[in-house]
Design a protein around this ligand. Structure first.
Ligand SMILES: [Fe+2]
Ligand SMILES: [Fe+2]
Length: 301
């Protein structure tokens, strides 16, 4: 199939493994799904310590279930990416461990304290849900199909994050202050979740033309702010003065110049100091189970 045909045919659940698609489409879809799969895995690494560190058995169980869900999402997505025929799941996992694989900016930063956990489980998962709900209509059918299961589980993750946030927001003054401190640290990163503004985004145009993406970064950021900024204030969080956010005709407008885009691009390219730490822990885990991969490969040979 020629690229122009691919563009004109773009629509909901249009393409599957049996379609003869141009390489440009298959590469763009692989890049997008691999990024998503990597992000699921790296997010799980940030939350994994809380299976032990959570303050109660219920919370430990919830984190244990959430981490398993996220790893499962990663695996489903590697399969969806693999079905494009560009890279195998093993190649993508190797790339993640050796520092070539790209993943979401928020998961490059360490998360060490309990009161930080709603920043991921409520705000970042909430932002992810905004994007993922639109991917149910992506043009690569196996990706859209994976989203049905993933979005169902993400709904629970957000409830879990909100429950922790509510507990801290209605707790002691110290807990409220710690929650506010965590929010101030994470808020600029959360605002950068959707990446740069549309005119700076390098991959958007093609991905939108062929129906891989159904909403732009700016539209997604707007939808997220409309839902989550009022939620934050409802829980007593004070929105930091910077980055400046103004309301205009019922829309929130973020002053892009107040965000650190230099740091964002360093993070995006795995060049930020924290990136090495997170990728290193993934690489060690990958090495630790090399014998399992070897055994499975040996058995199936
Ligand atoms: Fe997930
Ligand atoms: Fe999640």
């Amino acid at each position: 199939m020629e690229l122009h045909e691919c563009k004109t045919r773009a629509g909901p659940r249009e393409f599957g493994p049996h379609d003869d698609l141009p390489r440009e489409y298959r590469e763009a879809a692989t890049r997008m799904i691999q990024f998503h799969a990597n992000s699921e895995i790296m997010g799980a690494y940030l939350e994994r310590p809380f299976i032990r560190q959570s303050p109660s058995l219920d919370r430990k169980l919830a984190f244990s279930a959430k981490v398993q869900d996220e790893i499962g999402h990663g695996q489903l997505l590697y399969r969806a990416a693999e079905s494009l025929g560009i890279k195998t799941r093993e190649e993508m996992l190797d790339e993640l461990a050796n520092g070539e694989g790209k993943f979401l900016n928020c998961f490059h930063y360490p998360m060490t304290e309990w009161w930080e956990t709603p920043m991921i489980a409520f705000f970042v998962d909430g932002a992810a849900m905004r994007r993922q709900a639109t991917i149910k209509r992506t043009s690569w059918e196996p990706y859209a199909h994976a989203m049905d299961k993933i979005c169902f589980e993400e709904g629970f993750h957000i409830k879990h994050g909100e429950h922790i946030m509510r507990e801290l927001a209605t707790g002691s003054r110290r807990e409220q202050q710690l929650l506010q401190d965590a929010f101030e640290e994470w808020w600029p990163r959360i605002l950068q979740f959707f990446g740069p503004t549309d005119d700076e985004s390098t991959h958007h145009d093609f991905a939108a033309e062929v129906g891989l993406k159904t909403m732009s970064n700016d539209e997604l950021r707007q939808a997220f702010l409309n839902a989550y900024l009022p939620k934050a204030t409802e829980y007593g969080l004070e929105i930091p003065d910077e980055p400046r956010i103004r309301e205009e005709d019922g829309r929130y407008v973020v002053e892009e110049d107040d965000l650190n885009w230099e740091e964002f691009w360093a993070v995006a390219n795995n060049e930020y100091a924290g990136s090495h730490e997170q990728i290193g822990s993934r690489a060690r885990a990958h090495d630790a189970v090399a014998w399992v991969r070897g055994t499975i490969a040996g058995e199936s040979a």
